[in-house]
Write a protein that binds this ligand. Structure first.
Ligand code: FAD
Length: 401
């Protein structure tokens, strides 16, 4: 492979890198995907919002995994802080905004398997199962060195290599962010009562405790607590864990049966100061890391992949340079508002839960109160959380690149 040259090289075979690869290679762009061989299976699930499902359907991925996903028709937020200023329960129904479902919740392993199978069927895509060790950005090309000693050059590199991105460092892009004194404990469980296609997010003083439906009488749990509590709860024997979860969920789904496999994710927020420079664009967690609140992280990442795909295909069609400064500026400009507004809202909501500052708690309660009472406000928020109202990428509108 030494000396191989392609138009675009993508580093990172997570869900965002795979989606970018499918979008580009599906439109005929000669693309290479450098994907580190998969590690231990991930028990997490992803709530994919409706516009992300449309994009995956347009790319031929969704038919490969839709049977493994559960619709999300109702979302409830319950203030479980027992504080002086508490918010009313807020209830969002997809049919209020004319949708059958807000989206679908799916185990990451099924989503990644569907993306992987679709990607491998594309002739314009070269799959390289290896690690990128170094990335060198030059004036008219970018070179990626692989662990096996080979090198690969391209007009544009797309960094989809997660929140500790080598690509981001190679491009000299700094980040802003903070760590939270919280860990998200994740696992899936069976339960006695049906979830009726509804997710429930309890707001507790340590963070959200969220149950999201899976097919059948199963749900996924994301429980945000302090790191000590996360370690203690994760180590509980199964029967004690089942009681603890039933207690924390106020028995809304009845008796619980935790499935094997626990995940623990320290919470942080991080945003790259630039999402692209000449020869390098960042997508997914390489560009932005958010706490898992409100199902925004991967949905944002899929919009990054759809946007960079659209810009590359359009630039190429017009005879332009797909790795040039012009494309980098347009990509950064297209993604910045969507990412920063959501990162800000998620950070504020999370900090209002942790804070002892009464006015901040009051503001959160008042915001939720307004949402519960004022239908147009609630509907506007529901529409905006599914996708930005302003200029969604073509794939999110069901149009091929
Ligand atoms: C508990 C939890 C729940 C979540 N729930 C939701 C949800 O419901 N909805 C939602 O939208 N988002 C959710 N998210 C966020 C979502 O999981 C992430 O946004 C998403 O996984 C990011 O995907 P990615 O492809 O950008 O990065 P990753 O999944 O981190 O993939 C990066 C890939 O790059 C590879 N890589 C790294 N370095 C190299 C290298 N040098 N060479 C080759 N390969 C490399 C890695 O091995 C990995 O495969 C959740 C997150 C957490 C922690």
């Amino acid at each position: 492979m030494s000396g191989t040259s392609v138009e675009v090289v993508i580093i990172g075979g997570g869900p965002v890198g795979l989606t970018a690869a499918i979008a580009l290679a599906g439109a005929g762009v000669e693309t290479a995907l450098v994907a580190r061989p998969a590690g231990a299976p991930d028990n997490r699930t992803t709530a994919l919002l409706a516009s992300s499902v449309t994009a995956l359907d347009t790319l031929g991925v969704w038919p490969r995994c839709r049977d493994d996903a559960a619709p999300l028709r109702i979302m409830r937020i319950i203030d479980d802080t027992a504080r002086l200023l508490r918010a009313p329960e807020v209830h969002f129904a997809a049919r209020e905004i004319g949708l059958d479902a807000f989206g679908y919740n799916i185990e990451n392993r099924f989503l990644i398997a569907a993306l992987d199978a679709r990607a491998r069927a594309l002739r314009a895509l070269t799959f390289i199962e290896d690690d990128a060790c170094a990335v060198a950005i030059e004036a008219s090309s970018v070179t990626v060195e692989l662990r096996n000693g080979a090198a690969l050059s391209a007009r544009l590199a797309i960094g989809a290599d997660g929140h500790r991105s080598l690509c981001r460092s190679a491009a000299g892009i700094a980040t802003d962010g903070r760590r939270y004194p919280q860990t998200a404990l994740t696992f899936n469980l069976g339960h006695q009562r049906p979830h009726q296609d509804g997710s429930t997010e309890f707001h507790t003083p340590s963070g959200p405790f969220t149950l999201v439906p899976l097919p059948g009488r199963r749900s996924s749990l994301v429980m945000v607590v302090d790191p000590g509590a996360a370690a203690r709860i994760a180590a509980l024997p199964e029967t004690e864990l089942a009681c603890e979860i039933e207690r924390r969920s106020h028995s809304i789904l009845g008796r619980m049966e935790p499935e094997p496999g626990r995940g623990a994710f320290p919470l942080a927020t991080q945003t790259a100061r630039r999402f692209a420079v000449a020869r390098m664009a960042l997508v997914g967690e390489a560009a932005h890391l958010l706490p898992p609140i409100g199902a925004q992280g991967l949905n944002l990442g899929l919009r990054d992949a759809a946007t960079i795909g659209e810009l590359v295909v359009a630039t190429r069609r017009d005879g332009g340079d797909v790795g040039g400064t012009d494309l980098a500026d347009r990509y950064d400009g297209s993604r910045r508002r969507d990412v920063t507004s959501r990162a800000f809202a998620v950070d504020l909501l999370n900090r209002s839960l942790l804070s002892d500052f009464l006015p901040l708690q009051g503001a959160r309660g008042f915001g939720l109160f307004l949402m519960e009472r004022i239908g147009p406000l609630r509907r506007a928020l529901m529409r905006e959380s599914i996708a930005p109202a302003a200029a969604p990428p073509r794939l999110m509108r069901g149009e091929l690149l």
